[in-house]
Design a protein around this ligand. Sequence first.
Ligand code: SAM
Length: 345
Amino acid sequence: MKRGNFESPSSSDLPSSSRFKLNPEGDSEFLEDDDNTKNFARKIKSVLIQLYTRRDDTVLDLACGKGGDLIKWEKAMIGYYVGIDIAEGSIDDCRTRYNGDADHHHRRKKYSFPARLLCGDCFEIELDKILEEDAPFDICSCQFAMHYSWTTETRARRALSNVSALLRPGGIFIGTMPDANVIIKKLREAEGLEIGNSVYWIRFGEECSQKKFNASSPFGIKYVFHLEDAVDCPEWIVPFHVFKSLAEEYDLELVLVKNFHEFVHEYMQKPEFLELMQKLGALGDGNRNQSTLSADEWEAAYLYLSFVFRKRGQSDRAGTRTAGRNNNGKMNISKDDILYINNEI
Ligand SMILES: C[S@@+](CC[C@H](N)C(=O)[O-])C[C@H]1O[C@@H](n2cnc3c(N)ncnc32)[C@H](O)[C@@H]1O
C-alpha cells in the first residue's frame, strides 16, 4: 500500500504581499466604483471567467451560492445562466440579486441574460435529465465548492459526471478550490494538527495524527476551516492528481491548474493583462486606493488553486447556438420558478 504520496508544492519564491484583498467566500458582487471592497478571490474568479467565456455562452454555475458571480457573467456577456445550490437561503438571495431587487447592502442592477435557478445537491443528484432542455452548456463553473463533493468517491464521481454530461464537446469547466498540496505540506511542517495565522486556521482531527494519507483512499479526508468573518465549516482534501485522473475518466482534459499565487503572477501582474484588468475594474483608478494584502492574507491565498478542464470532442459551439435553448430561462424569477430537486429524482 502506497502511503503519503501527495505531491509537495514547489517552494514559493513569491512576494509576501500583494495589492489584492482576500475573501475566499467571494460571495458578493464586484463593485467597480468601490475601491475599498476590492476582493482578491473575486478578482481571480473574474479573470478566470473573462479568459474562458465567450459572448452568448450558456453557463451552468454549480454551487452558485448567493449569485456573487452574476455580475462577472454579465461582464462576460453570456447568453443564459443556470445556477444550482443546496442552500435554500442562498438560492433565494441569488434570485433577488438576479431580479435586481435592492437591499440595504448592495447597489442592484438588472441582468441582460435569462436565468434559471435550482435548489438541490449537485454532487448527489443526476442532473442530465433535469437540465436536458437547458444543456449542453458552453461553460460549467464551480467556484470554491468542488471540495464539498470529495466526501466519498461516489459523490466525487457524480459531480464530475454531471459536469461532463452537461457540457458540450469542447465546453469548459472552470473552478477554484483549496490546494491540497499546500495544506498537507503546511500540516506536516506544523507541530500539531492545526495550521493557520491571524486570518485563518485549519484543524485536522486525531485520525490524521500520523500526517500520512493512504493513496488508495483519497476521499473523506476532513478538516475544519476557519476564515475571519466566516463560519467554521468542514471541508475535504482533494488531491489534485486524483481529481485530474477522475476527471479524465469523464472526458474532461486538464487545461490549467494554478495555485492562486502563481495565478496572480501569470495573469494579474503582467502587462499583457493590464487591459483585461482595467476592463474588469480590478486595478482601480491608476492604482490608487488599492487594498493591500497583508502577509497573512497573502499566505492564506496560497491555500487555493484555480483549474480549467475542457470536455473532450469536436467543438460544436455553432450548432448548440441554435438548439432549443433558454426555454426555462426567465428575466425575472419568482419564488415559484425555483426548482427544488431532491435526491430521489
Ligand atoms: C464558499 S461558497 C461559494 C459560493 C459561490 N460559488 C461563490 O464562489 O461565490 C460554497 C457554496 O457551495 C454550496 N454547496 C455545498 N455543497 C453543495 C452541494 N452538494 N450541492 C450544491 N451546492 C453546494 C454551499 O451552499 C455554498 O453556497
